[in-house]
Ligand binder design. Sequence first.
Ligand code: KIV
Length: 263
Amino acid sequence: MNLKIKKIISKKNKSKVVCLTAYSKNIAKILDKYCDIILVGDSMANVLYGHKNTHEISLVNIIQHTLSVKKGVKNSLLVVDMPKNTYNDNSKAFKNAKMVLKKTGCDAIKLESHKDNYKIIKYLVSKKIPVMGHIGYTPQFKRKFKLEGKTRAACNSLLKEAKLIEGAGAFSIVLECLTPAAAKNITNNLKIPTIGIGSSLFCDGQVLVTDDMLGLSGFYPKFVKKFVNLNRIIEKAIKKYTRDVKLKKFPSNKHNLNGHKHR
Ligand code: KIV
């Protein structure tokens, strides 16, 4: 098993697993200093490409962005989201996952749970492809956002789904938008780490979309904490630049390449 994956699993019940998304090298380079896992999420569909949902992102998009991210990653585990319709059956999933791993040099792929596709995870793992699971709100398959695990029956059913994914050989699992009770129940009953998003403090780790926590995306549901308002900071800089260009303050002599005075 990949040593980085072993390290992630060994964090269970010891220390929190830190995860954020990246779609390009410069952000990845910063995340790499702090994150256990960097996820090239299909959230790039909304965040980067302005699509309404994650469905329109292609394998080519994902591979291109992962190649960029990979240039900034030395230490973190690099996990890549498989886009919708790229893992519908065993052979399609294997062919595409193998291509993603081979072309990008990433460490693992993530796929969203749907019906009994834990069997696809089992197949991929049997072919030595490391897989991260994802349950709860799974945007590739559920049109409407809904908090999951509100009743005891729903909690039990989520636990059953998580157990099947663990049994299939996934090395960790994302829990998206689960009630604290459901997240706690799953985390306490699995051996692999749970990575929460909108799923309380009871998970083994946490993931957010980086553009959301930086205050850049404009998408701030209740579970997102904005650690900075980059939108405001960037706008300030752009305003200053615009003013300096208009007032002929920039570029100044010190920005001239030949050092000669032009005015
Ligand atoms: O695509 C993504 O960024 C994700 C995270 C929200 C877990 O799947």
